[in-house]
Ligand binder design. Structure first.
Ligand SMILES: Nc1ncnc2c1ncn2[C@@H]1O[C@H](COP(=O)(O)OP(=O)(O)OP(=O)(O)O)[C@@H](O)[C@H]1O
Length: 375
């Protein structure tokens, strides 16, 4: 199969090509892929004849049975991509096949073959868990008997059998999310799309949701396409794509993405970080940005641990006490920052908001190498 085109290689896709499909050779994904897109574009009409290009030529290949994380900053185009892949929004251009059906040519089949979990709940709080599921199963065209048996099955896999008669408004946030996932599974979809399935949940409830998803993958071989703002969740996925401003800017396994960053993060806590920053600047290659903030002096270096004795010795020679020194391999957050210039701003984690460090606590880049001589 054709390897996905690099994003820089993307030829401009004529708007309206999706409508005029005779002009484009159809992309036929190889067997074994649950999702395959080429040059997917989605624009929304704006006021006064303007438009927002939310998705700008996305190529994705997701294997059957894979748990695939789709990461990106707010407004990057994740939900829009999901809407197109679930055949809820028509692409402006490009092609997408999901669970063996083309999203433009056979949207009804796509919708029958996928399950969706949206960011906002669509459960009826006054109905019981069981009633919510049964009604939804009937809406999906299941017979009364089949609707009853599927309701019991998915309640079981969600760990909610004993709460089946409880009105939904009396369930915890985590239980409601598990019930929503159960609801998305009633028609036995081949691919499950989950848009931020754990946002707003406490760590215990998040873990329970992931137990439910892992069981699903292991038992049924379901393909899971997940957006999340939690790095630990992305870390446990088989592969990741990072989207920024409508384009896929990185893709690969978590391990490969981290390995591609290469350099370790070296952090020094000293008696005088401002002075230490200037000294370190004079020791390392000039292309290395040295940051001084409330976390100490930090920079990226290949084989960071081998630099630590040399940096510490130089600081001590200049009379700067070193309280702590560490070198750590790149994290997924480093990967995200490298490709998007922002941190993955998980709500409720206490991580600083995306964007530059506030000037009151940071000297963003130390550029006065006045302690040179040891480079
Ligand atoms: N219905 C719409 N009409 C016009 N513009 C839209 C519409 N839906 C999304 N957009 C715009 O498209 C871009 C991508 O939005 P989208 O919701 O897909 O991003 P996202 O990555 O899912 O963001 P978030 O993480 O905040 O949910 C944004 O600029 C958004 O304002």
């Amino acid at each position: 199969m054709q390897p996905p085109a690099g994003d820089d290689d993307l030829a401009p896709v004529p708007l309206g090509a999706a409508a005029d499909r005779t002009a484009v050779a159809p992309h036929v994904p190889e067997p074994g892929y649950a999702i395959s897109t080429r040059g997917l574009v989605k624009s929304y009409p704006g006021p006064h004849g303007t438009s927002t290009l939310a998705v700008r030529g996305v190529d994705l290949d997701v294997r059957q049975g894979e748990t695939f994380a789709f990461l990106g900053p707010n407004g990057a185009g994740k939900s829009t991509t999901i809407a197109v892949l679930c055949a809820l929004a028509r692409p402006t251009a490009g092609q997408a096949t999901v669970a063996g059906a083309d999203v433009v040519g056979r949207p009804h089949e796509v919708r029958r073959r996928v399950g969706m979990l949206f960011q906002h709940s669509a459960l009826d709080g006054d109905l019981t868990a069981e009633q919510n599921l049964f009604i939804h199963a009937r809406l999906y065209g299941l017979s009364r008997r089949r609707a009853r048996s599927r309701t019991a099955e998915v309640l079981g896999t969600a760990g909610l059998t004993d709460r089946r008669r409880s009105p939904v408004r009396t369930l915890s946030g985590g239980m409601r999310r598990r019930l929503e996932i159960a609801r998305a599974l009633l028609h036995s979809p081949r691919v499950l799309f989950l848009d931020e399935p754990t946002t707003g949940l406490d760590p215990h409830a998040r873990a329970q949701v992931w137990d439910q998803l892992r069981a699903l993958r292991d038992r049924d071989g379901s393909t899971l396409f997940v957006t999340t703002h939690y790095l630990d969740e992305a870390e446990n996925c088989d592969r990741i794509a990072i989207i920024d401003r409508g384009r896929v800017v990185a893709r690969g396994t978590p391990r490969a993405l981290k390995a591609a960053i290469g350099d370790d993060r070296v952090v020094l806590r000293t008696g005088d970080d401002a002075v230490a920053g200037r000294i370190v600047c004079g020791l390392v290659p000039p292309d290395r940005a040295v940051t001084v903030d409330t976390g100490g002096v930090s920079l990226r270096l290949p084989e960071g641990s081998t630099w630590i004795p040399r940096l510490c010795a130089a600081l001590q020679r200049h009379g700067v006490a070193v309280h702590a020194a560490s070198a750590a391999p790149p994290t997924l957050d480093d990967v995200f920052f490298h490709h998007t210039g922002r941190s993955l701003d998980a709500p409720g984690t206490g991580r600083p908001p995306a964007g530059p460090t506030p000037p009151s606590v940071a000297a963003p880049s130390v550029s006065a190498p006045d302690a040179g001589g040891e480079r």
